[in-house]
Write a protein that binds this ligand. Structure first.
Ligand code: AMP
Ligand code: MG
Length: 300
């Protein structure tokens, strides 16, 4: 069950005339605006309470539309587009002058993605413009994987296209192709190893100075519930306060299923009477890298 074609068409008109629409993607729900309209994009920052120093990902309907928004389209971008688009991969490339500076927080680069969710693709088609879209929640809160999470965070001011749970469940992988070497700016369910199989070595952000590959937003507390989140071993939970422990058997043993369930679980457990949420540490390995990354940020 998803939104009816008339609803998508109406949402496309809202976007084309400068309004905001929250919509499903395969990663999390996004808060979209026309990426070529600076005033519309300003409404995203306002609605989220997001600082202007944090750049937005621009969603497009296909690789040709992505190329049109890039000043330079590297060979490696073309290869990754063929391998992983549509899908949960954002590529950072030099930006085309048509993209207003507010979208990229003044950076000379832009993050581009072709989502695979059929409703997101239909909406891009209906709007007829690229959509700047961060997660549809107040800044630093846990990203929404259900329409109900969007409404709980942003209220009723923004229309939400409801297509049920987001399948991937955590934010896209972000790789920069703007410098000499590809750099993984944010891990996601498309892993560093997956990227390396297509374009060769991909450096980790830790191997670079912040100045060389700016990844704004990555160093701030992010994706956090209101309750204190702890990642614990062998059930070693706090002795004080009221909390919930999520044991090893209570989350999926498969990384893709774990990611898909994680934020919904945090939203559900994050109640006013809960001081802490203690999650048993998930397994290690490449498939789990993005999950460890999000838990580390949420637990900061
Ligand atoms: P989100 O919060 O899911 O909308 O993702 C935005 C994140 O994508 C930012 O916090 C950055 O990590 C990354 N990003 C987007 N655009 C750029 C860019 N031009 N340069 C570097 N990172 C970017
Ligand atoms: Mg977010």
């Amino acid at each position: 069950m998803g939104p009816r074609p008339e609803e998508i068409a109406a949402a496309g008109r809202v976007l084309a005339s400068g309004g905001l629409v929250a919509f499903p993607t395969e990663t999390v729900y996004g808060l979209g605006a026309n990426a070529l309209d600076a005033a519309a994009v300003a409404r995203i920052y306002e609605t989220k309470g997001r600082p202007a120093s944090s750049p937005l990902i621009v969603h497009v309907k296909d690789a040709a539309a992505a190329r049109a928004l890039a000043a330079v389209w590297p060979e490696k971008a073309e290869k990754l587009a063929r391998a992983f688009w549509p899908g949960p991969l954002t590529m950072v490339v030099p930006k085309h002058p048509s993209i207003p500076g507010i979208v990229t927080a003044g950076l000379p680069t832009v993050g581009l993605r072709v989502p695979s969710h059929p409703v997101a693709l239909a909406l891009l088609e209906a709007a007829g413009v690229p959509l700047a879209a961060p997660s549809a929640n107040r800044f630093t809160a846990v990203s929404p994987t259900l329409a109900a999470h969007v409404r709980a965070s942003l209220g009723d001011a923004v229309p939400v296209l409801d297509a049920g749970p987001a399948r991937v469940g955590i934010e896209s992988t972000v790789v920069s192709l703007a410098g000499q070497v590809p750099v993984l700016l944010r891990p996601g369910m498309i892993t560093r190893q997956d990227l390396a199989r297509v374009i060769g070595p991909v450096a980790a952000i830790e191997e670079f100075d912040e100045g060389a590959h700016p990844a704004p937003g990555l160093h701030q507390k992010h994706y956090s519930p209101a309750a204190r989140l702890l990642v614990v071993r062998d059930g070693a939970v706090p002795q004080d306060g009221r909390g919930v422990y999520v044991g090893p058997g209570e989350m999926p043993g498969d990384a893709a299923e774990y990611a898909s369930a994680l934020y919904a679980r945090l939203h559900e457990l994050d109640r006013p009477d809960v001081d802490w949420i203690a999650l048993e540490q998930p397994p290690d390995g490449p498939a789990w890298e993005a999950i460890h990354d999000r838990l580390r940020r949420a637990a900061e």
